[in-house]
Design a protein around this ligand. Structure first.
Ligand code: PA5
Length: 446
């Protein structure tokens, strides 16, 4: 299995027999996912997606990505939440956080429509100047305020720069198959479209066109990414506690929650994992944070954050456990050299690979945090590549669904997010929200 679940740094913090005692619940939760009989099962499309995705659309994604690569200097990807995080997470993990600055044959990629900051949008408009620009707009509902505003502004920009026909050839829309404002606009303007499957929620959608088109446009091997997910899908199919690490990880999270931990800190020793951490925070936060329940998902990149959050983790409120995603091999390495005068006193590391030093940082940290009574669950993968990432994404999606059912919540809805969106519409005066506007303004003292 590509993901090895290591529990030796976590189990000492659990009562004897705790894991066995929750195994039945975990298997029941796993069966709810497998049989599609749990709450929210209308949104289980991600579960078998890797084995049954639309090959025609996949080939179209590859073709479109090749076109974008050939005719684009700057690709603006517009979307928010589940329509944004997965794509950015994969691009930055596979390439780098510095993807745009590194030499490459693929376009620079910037993400817009994930905030309402005019400064952020104006910056992106400025850096498009003199460049060949394309847009990918992603919104399942087609009505979310942040991407809708960004698209209106970028659409105007495109029409000022290109003829209507040229602009239409540079705008790609990923949205619901039939309904929504974005679908209507795409049909009206003749934009090329891709589909967000109805039975897949935003945070589970990275392996659909939502994630795959921008990911492929960044030159990431989406065939290998999907193959990792295909193999994970097969490996985690059976809801058997002993044989299925997704169930064991889901069980561990719930056990720590029951023993009073309220925060799960996702940790990596690779800075390129930072956006994957953000994706994880949405996946688990939106899936489990409801009905007054759920672990708060936080994140850290070590050893960077050893020098900021490390103090709290080691000796602060005993509220958290850590889930560490560890990669054996980096994409490249650096061997420490010898210097004659040893002015920096680092000759004791001569001949040592930097990846080994990073691994010692992991070992030192995990032992220190254990001493501080912070349990560490470790997920170990051998290398940082598309195949392993596809596997890891599927692992987390499955574990999250199972974990939500163990917790007793519907892991596939997000009523809290909907509430905020409705309030925004009302406060901005969107037609149809008049009564709610008056009520909210009263609360605000307006
Ligand atoms: O996971 C979710 O459902 C949300 O984060 C959505 O992805 C996010 O709100 C964007 O919604 P939409 O794709 O409809 O614009």
């Amino acid at each position: 299995m590509a993901v090895e679940l290591i529990t030796r740094y976590a189990e000492e913090f659990l009562a004897e027999g705790a894991l066995e005692s929750i195994s039945g619940e975990a298997e029941q939760a796993g069966a709810l996912v497998a049989d599609g009989e749990g709450e929210g099962s209308a949104f289980l499309g991600w579960r078998d997606l890797p084995c049954g995705y639309d090959r025609g659309e996949f080939d179209d994604i590859l073709r479109t990505a090749r076109k974008i690569i050939a005719d684009t200097d700057v690709l603006i990807v517009i979307g928010v939440g589940g329509s944004y995080l997965g794509a950015r997470a994969v691009v930055e993990f596979v390439h780098s956080q510095h993807y745009n600055a590194l030499p490459k044959k693929t376009p620079d990629i910037y993400f817009a429509g994930n905030s309402l900051s005019p400064d952020a949008l104006n910056e992106l408009l400025t850096l498009c100047d003199g460049k060949r620009v394309s847009l990918i707009v992603i919104s399942k509902s087609g009505t979310t305020t942040e991407p809708a505003i960004a698209f209106r502004i970028f659409r105007k920009y495109m029409l000022e720069r290109y003829t209507p026909q040229e602009a239409a050839g540079r705008i790609y829309i990923t949205t619901d198959r039939e309904k929504g404002t974005l679908r209507r606009l795409a049909v009206q303007e003749g934009y090329k479209t891709f589909v967000v499957p109805e039975d897949i929620g935003g945070r589970y959608s990275v392996l659909t066109a939502v994630g795959l088109l921008p990911i492929a446009a960044a030159g990431v091997d989406i065939c290998a990414l999907m193959q990792g997910a295909v193999d994970a899908c097969a490996a985690y199919r059976e809801p058997c506690f002993e044989a299925n690490p997704c169930l064991r990880y889901a069980a561990l999270r719930n056990l720590f929650y029951r023993t009073g931990k309220s925060v799960e800190m996702f940790v990596s020793y690779e800075p390129s994992f930072a956006m994957m951490n953000e994706w994880l925070k949405q996946l688990f936060g939106e899936s489990e944070g409801k009905d007054g329940k759920g672990l708060f998902p936080a994140s850290a990149i070590y050893s960077t954050d050893n020098h900021s959050l490390g103090q709290f983790v080691q000796e602060g409120s005993p509220i958290l456990f850590e889930t560490v995603v560890l990669f054996d091999k980096p994409k490249t390495d650096i061997v420490m050299g010898v210097e004659e005068d040893d002015g920096d006193e680092l000759n004791y590391l001569a001949g040592v690979e930097m990846s080994q030093i990073n691994y010692k940082a992991f070992q030192g940290t995990v032992l220190a945090h254990n001493t501080g009574k912070v349990p560490n669950v470790v997920l170990r993968l051998d290398r940082k590549d598309e195949y392993n990432l596809g596997w890891l994404i599927y692992f987390f999606e499955k574990a999250c669904a199972v974990s939500g059912y163990i917790l007793g919540v519907n892991p596939f809805d997000q009523p809290g997010v909907e509430q905020y969106k409705k309030n925004m519409f009302a406060l901005l005066g969107k037609p149809g929200y008049e009564a709610s506007k008056r009520e909210l303004e009263k609360k605000l003292g307006l």
